[in-house]
Design a protein around this ligand. Structure first.
Ligand code: HEM
Length: 231
């Protein structure tokens, strides 16, 4: 059993299962954030009984809060194994340059060759993101203080165009990461016949684009709400 974690396929399996878990989180996270756009449409942006406020209240229920360490572990395992796999690939191929030459096949997408670099950008900006929201919400509650108003955090974070631009670059890196990660995860868990790989690659682009457009809409909508109140 222990050998499975040491074998290359075992490590890839851990990468895919943790990746699919993070994909589920992204879907839930986007759904709740998108409530803020619906609130704008229904004129409830900032209202105490707005959909986004209700989503945030739901996320702070104890049953959901206990999931936070599991989510953090999912991120840590995914990143740790990405580094382990990349290093062992480099060693077996004789260095970065050899890797580049040997993987120049036309079928390899740009994203597939740059997954580690893309992952590092996604992670770096995730830390930046947590200081904007998580640190003023859940962390405050853990310290026995009151969480900041989530609508205020949206208009403060996205109140300047350059902050929106940084976030859109982040969503762009996530888009590339997902266009490869999504189908590759399913391939590793066994959906690796020719027909399904083709379908999964198309689904990967649809899913990555949905995530990109969804989060970008939330950011731009918050920017427009900030303009309205002059934040
Ligand atoms: C417009 C884009 C986004 C907005 C408005 C947003 C909003 C938020 C908010 C309000 C929280 C705090 C939740 C709480 O403490 O109860 C949060 C936390 C978090 N966000 Fe985001 N987020 C966005 C994009 C992303 C993306 C793209 C990722 C992943 C790559 C991400 C990962 C996380 C994580 C890991 C947490 C901490 C766990 C949690 O509290 O749910 N977020 N975000």
């Amino acid at each position: 059993m222990a050998n499975i974690f040491k074998s290359s396929i075992g490590k890839k399996l851990i990468m895919s299962i943790s990746g699919l878990f993070l994909i589920l989180f992204l879907l839930l996270h986007l759904t709740i954030n998108f409530f803020s756009v619906i609130d704008s449409i229904t004129n409830d942006f900032g209202a105490p009984d707005g959909l986004f406020q209700m989503g945030c209240d739901f996320m702070s229920l104890p049953i959901i809060t206990v999931m936070v360490p599991i989510l953090a572990l999912g991120f840590i395992i995914h990143i740790m194994y990405a580094c382990i796999l990349t290093i062992s690939n480099l060693c077996s191929r004789g260095g970065y340059f050899r890797y580049k030459v040997s993987s120049n096949a036309k079928t390899d997408s740009w994203a597939s060759k740059n997954m580690l670099a893309l992952g590092i950008i996604v992670l770096g900006l995730l830390v930046f993101h947590l200081t904007h929201f998580w640190a003023d919400m859940q962390l405050q509650e853990w310290m026995g203080k009151e969480a900041d108003n989530p609508y205020d955090l949206l208009t403060t974070t996205f109140g300047t165009w350059w902050q929106v631009a940084i976030y859109v670059v982040w969503f762009g890196a996530l888009w590339f990461h997902l266009t490869h990660g999504f189908w590759s995860a399913f391939q590793t868990i066994g959906w690796n016949n020719k027909i399904w790989i083709g379908r999964l690659k198309v689904l990967a682009y649809i899913f990555a684009t949905l995530i990109f457009l969804g989060f970008t809409t939330v950011a731009i909508n918050s920017y427009m709400e900030a303009l309205k109140i002059g934040a």
